[in-house]
Design a binder for this molecule. Sequence first.
Ligand code: DQA
Length: 137
Amino acid sequence: MKLLILNGPNLNLLGTREPEIYGGVTFLDYFEELKAQFSSVELDYKQSNHEGDLVTEIQKSQGVYNGIVLNAAAYTHTSVAIGDAIKAVTTPVVEVHISNTFAREAFRHNSYISPNAKGVILGFGLKSYALAIQSFL
Ligand code: DQA
């Protein structure tokens, strides 16, 4: 089982970014925990602040990964292109969010990812990623 964790804009700042919402742990530190927790899974991690990079990674996943754990961050709420990319490949995508986006501003309630995702996990802090990986096993 080979999975890609794909993070969108500003998630490279986890640990210092709005810690009251996103916590105080960097994603690279959490990624080490994930690799230890899911030692039987081949996990890759990529992050980009650029929409097109995320589209390209989703396109390239075809035939390479068994699934993508995708936190498209703010692009979740704006990106037709990322939604279309998910539709264009057979790689299953599980959408994750650290925060409960439905308990936040109204503009975070819409997702261009959800209609094309296998499932959605949100609101469990960084544990949302572990739950998403678990969903593939
Ligand atoms: C987020 C929620 C988004 O609304 C926000 O823009 C993010 C992070 C989350 O993981 O809770 O950057 O995707």
